[in-house]
Design a protein around this ligand. Structure first.
Ligand code: KG4
Ligand code: ZN
Length: 337
């Protein structure tokens, strides 16, 4: 494999991450999650960018150490250009620009959403999809069905018209009394609950787009009405509520995947983004693959949530096409793929 030694940096939201890759081989992938946002119930942009500033040098050092490489060996610097929080992106981009300038090596700005998808091409994934394939990206800020023609040519065929899937999980978790970010906690609690105990309406958006805000409101109204009858309703039914809500979201995601498969004729289906860590989604997708004779691709947990390895992978493919950025590169809070 034709590849350079890449140092990659991710700082788009609340994870400070650095990775070292040789081509598609991930040599190290250090991720520090900022826990200080939990007390505010969501990511506070100002705190996030300050925390990135505090951590970035140590995280880059750790990534180089665990890859047993030195800065002088690095042949290219990759960094998330967007989408993300401006102040957070700026920290990673400024750091990457300085390294590129000091070491006189190419700088590669990466689209975070493309990178989530390209995580599937890491050498240490069980198997890699072959282009073209259909991908469902489900993260805290995005929900997209994407036809992935090549590492640098991707086509969004459906996306959310309101909240993202991760946001729906986090908001549901919040009203159910769980800490932020609630998605993983809701998933954990759901495992001891009955998914059939309560039912919530599947959103009715036509075509391949998604909507989660009605589902969130229906949970809210259901809790309000139930609490009028029993004040301790949430406490007593928390696990069943988590399991039922999760079941509805996952059933909905699978229905949209199915529609996407029919519309595009794709025979390989991949998922990525933070919500692809969800145990019910992973389970239902495997069952879906067996039932419909399509090959499914589920990333290892380490490549589901934000990480710099995926940024390095995307940069590897950009470098192969000679798509290099320069020092004028600016962060993009919105960055369509
Ligand atoms: O991709 P990601 O790390 O960051 C963004 O780019 O947004 O996704 C974070 C989202 C959060 O909303 C988090 O609650 C959700 O992914 N998440 C989960 C699980 N693990 C992470 N949602 C449901 N179940 C999980 N196991
Ligand atoms: Zn992400």
């Amino acid at each position: 494999m034709n590849g350079k030694l890449i140092l990659a940096i991710e700082s788009s939201c609340d994870e400070t991450s650095a990775a070292v890759l040789f081509g598609t081989r991930v040599l190290s992938n250090e991720v520090v999650t900022q826990l200080q946002h939990a007390q505010y119930g969501g990511v506070v942009p100002e705190i996030a960018s300050r925390a990135h500033q505090t951590m970035i040098t140590a995280v880059v050092d750790a990534a180089l150490k665990s890859a047993r490489k030195e800065l002088k060996n690095v042949q290219a610097i990759a960094v998330t250009q967007g989408p993300g929080l401006m102040g957070s992106l700026l920290v990673g981009i400024s750091f990457a620009k300085s390294l590129s300038l000091a070491l006189d090596i190419p700088l590669v700005g990466v689209n975070h959403m493309q990178a989530h998808i390209l995580a599937h091409l890491a050498e240490d994934c069980d198997k890699q999809p072959v282009f073209p394939f259909l991908n469902l990206t489900v993260s805290g800020g995005h929900t997209q069905l994407v036809v992935v023609h090549s590492p640098t040519h991707m086509e969004v065929v459906g996306e959310t018209i309101d909240d993202a899937a991760g946001e729906a999980f986090d908001k549901a978790a919040k009203v159910l009394g769980l800490d932020y970010p609630g998605g993983p906690l809701l998933d954990k609690l759901a495992q001891s609950g009955d998914a059939m105990k309560f039912s919530f309406p599947i959103p009715k958006v036509v075509g391949l787009n998604f909507s989660f805000s009605g589902l969130k409101t229906s949970l809210l109204y259901f809790l309000r009405d139930s609490q009028k009858v029993n004040q301790n309703f949430i406490e007593e039914e928390r696990a069943n509520l988590c399991a039922s809500f999760q079941h509805t979201v996952v059933t909905y995601l699978l229905r949209q995947i199915d529609r996407g498969r029919e519309a595009t004729g794709m025979k390989q289906i991949a998922i990525c983004g933070g919500v692809s860590a969800n145990s019910e989604l992973r389970k239902q997708l495997v069952e879906y693959g067996k039932k419909n004779e399509v090959e499914v691709f589920i990333p290892p947990f380490k490549y589901c949530t934000d990480n710099a390895a995926m940024i390095g992978l995307a940069a590897h493919f950009l470098l192969l096409e000679n798509q290099i950025s320069d020092l004028k590169m600016v962060p993009l809070s919105r960055y369509p793929i």
